[in-house]
Design a binder for this molecule. Sequence first.
Ligand code: SF4
Ligand code: SF4
Length: 165
Amino acid sequence: MNIDEQTTNQPLNGDLLPSEEKRKEGPYALCECHQSIPCNPCVTSCPTGAVSLDNINDTPDIDFDKCVGCSQCVSACPGLACFVIDETYSDDSALITLPYEFLPLPEEGETVEGLDRKGDFVSEVTVQNVEDAGENEKTRVITIIVPQEAVHRIRNIEIREEHHG
Ligand code: SF4
Ligand code: SF4
């Protein structure tokens, strides 16, 4: 699968994922960036040097051995293209940490709709954590609990209107 196909509903294939071993160890980042534009906050925000670009117009590479799943890149990426995946949460559920720039914010414990890369509904998901924006009002980082089988399909959420109507 090439980088453009990441924008479809298809799960990512092995080329873009860490090894099976790393996926079983804990959280890891994916930067699903498919535009060759001069941009590098994913690189500069990473405290472990896990993200690299051959030149600033390239799409990023992640060294999964260095990634500690801290989510700094999720908040820093202006393209909202970085996510942290944790497939070790439980036997049937995984965590996705994603950027979120809409209001209202979901509440922790709330059930929301998990959407795929096209915005189509995949599954109901539960909001586990809504990170504080801090002084800089940076992009919010939200962690959701998703079914294991949907961990590489869900990349966004939508809040149900009746919860905030
Ligand atoms: S999750 Fe943290 S360690 Fe991993 S690539 Fe992003 S900023 Fe770097
Ligand atoms: S910060 Fe985001 S948009 Fe910019 S190069 Fe990195 S992944 Fe792509």
